[in-house]
Design a protein around this ligand. Sequence first.
Ligand code: DX5
Ligand code: ZN
Length: 221
Amino acid sequence: MGIQITPSLLNADFAHLADEAARIPNADWLHMDVMDNHFVPNLTLGLPVIEALGKAAAQPIDAHLMIADPDRWAPAYAEAGAGSITFHVEAAAAPVRLAREIRSQGARASMALKPATPIEPYADLLPELDMVLVMTVEPGFGGQKFLDLCLPKIRRARELIAASGGDVWLQVDGGVSLDTIERCADAGADVFVAGSAVFGADDPEQMVEALRASAVAACAH
Ligand code: DX5
Ligand code: ZN
């Protein structure tokens, strides 16, 4: 699939989400951060907003569920129209069953890891997944500083994906900017979430292209 840029709308204007999506026509996906004030200490949006934006926006929705009990709630995001659904493995009771359920609804199934969660215990799950998200900040808020300590895990995740032989995308989320994206790409990430870097820029569309160019250049090394 190659390099993909998935801007997070967490730092966009929530009163005008469809207009904000239209400012980044070159985005591969719209990354929507669902937070429930239980799994993370912040509350954002849920199913009705995802469903409405999915109908109004041209890009597919990449739903990042930072919620407790994803086993119960995640499949409904597929029904609501999200094309990719990421659950946190720390919160999932039965990640294999959940990934299969998401896929059976026609969406891509993705597993997220917080900075302190290792990838190795989940290596055998890779064939059940379409994407792994390695968080590069503690989930909950936009605008945090990128954690370099996550880079070795990105590298290990890429190695495990290669060994598993599947076409599993590797996403990074948190503090991704022109300053940090090359390090992530170099470590093996291919799907890049950027929130404040994109919506804090004067020209978000141009920033998406600049991020893409940096990642592509880093991969060419
Ligand atoms: C944080 C969210 C991120 C957030 C990224 O928990 O998962 O998607 O919006 O924002 P930046 O790019 O500003 O770190
Ligand atoms: Zn996110």
